[in-house]
Design a protein around this ligand. Structure first.
Ligand SMILES: [Mn+2]
Length: 322
């Protein structure tokens, strides 16, 4: 951590990014870290090519961080948050190659340490949890209380996104400790929960209905669910607002692995994988050039939903046999 903290304290300008299709942990860790760096008088920009999902927009306002527009001039470090793979970074190629260094802060087991400085804690529940403990350390060194209510709210959002509101096995002692300390800082945790989990549009729920109609069991421990272009069109819902739909497949009794097949465009299928107790879905996703965590991973397959399903199911079956 010392090397990382030196790098953050000695740098002057940072561009911060995350993975494509950002979620609560990516946006939460971005806004939390950016606000902290601004308090430390650093120049900070966010570079994210994908739109922020509407249920996370509430994080962007208080952060007041400028989005990067146009080119970057001068020296800067690129901070990659919550991204296990250089190819999945959600910013322009020239932003990546123009950086004087890349700082990689993440918790994916599949992270290959692509940065010049790497702080990858595969045991951490979320990148937001890692950022929280980094900021605590900086606060101690600088004798300065960096983590205010806005920063705490951002990081709490990431924490509860990745732990499913403390339901998943990745929620460990450090996660509960962080939650405890953050709540003492004074955040509106109920409104964060409402924004994240209780704020669905009616059309998104109708889309969920269509998806549930495709729910199928393969044997008794594998479930699949599908989302097609046609469904997104019918309900006029963006294909990025599908967070949590896969849980309906995973949460069926006896199911160990769930797979969601999302048709983002013709022959462009995003596959999300979840496991409940013992299967390593990261290994399965890596077979298709993806990755993630042991209990949650994903990959992209350039084919039809039918073919993608066939390919992925055969790998899932092999994995469950081992
Ligand atoms: Mn994460």
């Amino acid at each position: 951590m010392i090397k990382l903290i030196d790098k953050l304290l000695n740098g002057e300008c940072f561009v911060v990014t995350s993975h494509c299709n950002p979620d609560g942990d990516s946006i939460g860790s971005i806004t939390g870290l950016c606000m902290a760096l601004m308090k430390l008088k650093k120049k900070v920009f966010i570079a994210m090519d994908d739109a922020v999902p509407s249920n996370l927009e509430f994080l962007m306002k208080p952060s007041k961080v400028a989005a990067l527009e146009g080119d970057m001039s001068g020296e800067y470090s690129l901070i990659a948050l919550d991204c296990g793979d250089y190819k999945r970074l959600c910013c322009r190629e020239d932003i990546k190659t123009g950086a004087s260094s890349i700082i990689n802060i993440d918790h994916h087991v599949s992270n290959d340490c692509f940065g010049d400085v790497n702080y990858v804690d595969k045991e951490a529940s979320s990148t937001s949890e890692i950022v929280y403990y980094i900021l605590k350390q900086i606060s101690k060194e600088k004798k300065l209380d960096i983590i205010d209510a806005d920063i705490a709210s951002s990081l709490y959002t990431g924490l509860i996104t990745d732990t499913g509101n403390f339901m998943y096995s990745n929620a460990g002692a450090d996660s509960f400790n962080m939650a405890c300390e953050i709540i003492k800082i004074g955040i509106d945790k109920d409104s964060i929960v409402k924004n994240l989990f209780q704020n669905n549009s009616f059309s998104r729920m109708k889309l969920l209905g269509d998806a549930l109609n495709t729910l199928s069991l393969h044997g008794d421990n594998i479930a699949t669910i599908e989302l097609t272009q046609e469904m997104f069109r019918r309900h006029n819902v963006e294909s990025n607002s599908t967070e949590g739909i896969i849980n309906y497949a995973r949460d069926i009794e006896n199911v160990e692995i769930a797979a969601l097949f999302k048709e983002k465009a013709e022959n462009d299928i995003r596959v999300s994988l979840r496991s409940k107790e013992y299967a390593d879905v990261n290994v399965i996703a890596q077979k298709f050039g993806g990755g993630g965590h042991v209990r949650a991973a994903g990959c992209t397959i350039a084919d039809t939903i039918e073919n993608a399903k066939h390919l992925v199911l055969s790998e899932i079956k092999k994995a469950l046999k081992r």
